[in-house]
Design a protein around this ligand. Structure first.
Ligand SMILES: [Zn+2]
Ligand SMILES: [Zn+2]
Ligand SMILES: [Zn+2]
Length: 148
């Protein structure tokens, strides 16, 4: 594949995502968005720091991620090991996330995947309780690790 062409289309994609959210294109936003666009699974804060720390300090990385979450570019995924994970959103808007899909954590390769087409099940709560959001995390073996 033409490397230059792929870099260019990635640049275009990043540009259009940031423009849509009224964000200026900065090096840190570009770098961190590239990490998300190149991978298919969710990234932990630590992953992102490791991959971007040669150019950006922790505060910059943290602020960039906060901005992305606020603007509806990425959503957070709670995990059992206390490390927040981040994944790209589909059609979220500033201040409103519509990521009601199920997340899958592979216990073999440890990746966290957004199952965009699997919607969290409806849950009946006892009287007096009101729900704000549901996070469904499924642990198991992903389709990369599973034996056919
Ligand atoms: Zn979202
Ligand atoms: Zn796996
Ligand atoms: Zn997700």
């Amino acid at each position: 594949m033409d490397v230059l062409a792929t870099t260019k289309s990635l640049d275009n994609k990043i540009g259009s995502i940031l423009r849509k959210k009224n964000l200026s294109i900065t090096d840190s936003r570009k770098k961190i968005l590239t990490l998300f666009l190149q991978g298919t699974d969710a990234l932990t804060h630590g992953d992102i720091e490791k991959k971007a720390s040669d150019k950006f300090d922790r505060v910059t990385i943290y602020r960039t991620l906060q901005t992305f979450v606020e603007k509806g570019i990425v959503h957070t995924i709670p995990s059992t090991d206390n490390s927040i994970r981040y994944a790209l959103c589909n059609d979220c808007t500033e201040g409103h996330h519509y990521d009601d899909h199920v997340h899958f954590i592979c216990s073999n390769c440890n990746t966290t995947i957004c199952l965009d087409d699997v919607v969290s099940p409806a849950i009946e709560l006892p009287a007096g309780y009101s729900m704000q959001n549901v996070q469904v995390i499924i642990n198991g073996i992903c389709n990369n690790c599973g034996i056919e």
